[in-house]
Design a protein around this ligand. Structure first.
Ligand SMILES: C[S@@+](CC[C@H](N)C(=O)[O-])C[C@H]1O[C@@H](n2cnc3c(N)ncnc32)[C@H](O)[C@@H]1O
Length: 186
């Protein structure tokens, strides 16, 4: 006759804890590998989520990017995108512009390269690893426009980032698309 084994309640709790605990132990034992996996996963998540977010704010983006027309006395237009992510704004850039990208997570680069294939009129200049707070890779007065979308919320030192943006811009005018109005997301 089959014997019934009573599993103690705490065993289920331990089972549920095993996965996050395993991840935690893995991140302590192999920290650099765990960080790489995290960066890859974050870039992949961003590439899946951001197109949906951007699709909800096309009218706002069209209005923002229209202001690029005002900058056309200098050609080609030099554009820097900070926190470029998967390259959700490339479609909106004016034809013929030179694009530089600043991004702390280099795992986003393949997504940007892929997106650039659909935008042959955008000339890719460089992809720099770095943060908005410290853009020493870029000289003063380099760019006609700086773009940040859904990135300022990740910036830890806002004042530093804004003064760096001011430094690299040829002349200052800000247009920021950050947190979405809840009505846009619905
Ligand atoms: C929510 S994603 C937005 C990506 C893209 N701008 C878009 O609209 O699809 C935020 C991006 O900002 C980057 N990021 C985070 N902190 C940053 C910082 N201090 N400076 C520059 N970029 C940063 C992240 O790596 C990520 O790619």
């Amino acid at each position: 006759m089959a014997e019934t084994v009573q599993v103690p309640n705490y065993a289920y709790g331990l089972g549920l804890l095993a996965f996050p605990l395993g991840l935690f132990v893995y991140s302590k034992v192999f920290p650099s590998h765990a960080k790489k996996i995290n960066r890859k996963f974050t870039a992949w998540m961003c590439s899946k989520m951001m197109p949906r977010v951007h699709a909800k704010c096309i009218p706002q983006k069209k209005a923002l990017f229209q202001s690029f027309d005002l900058l056309y006395d200098s050609k080609p237009l030099e554009v820097l995108e900070i926190g470029v992510g998967p390259g959700s704004n490339l479609d909106f850039l004016p034809a013929g512009c030179n694009l530089s990208c600043l991004e702390p997570n280099l795992e986003n680069q393949p997504y940007v390269e892929q997106a650039l294939k659909d935008c042959p009129d955008v000339h890719f200049s460089r992809f720099v690893k770095g943060f908005a707070e410290d853009m020493r890779e870029f000289d003063d007065n380099t760019f006609d426009a700086v773009i940040l979308t859904f990135t300022l919320c990740s910036v830890r030192h806002l004042q530093k980032a804004l003064s760096e943006i001011k430094r690299v811009l040829k002349s200052v005018s800000f247009e920021i698309l950050n947190h979405l109005d809840k009505h846009i997301l619905m």
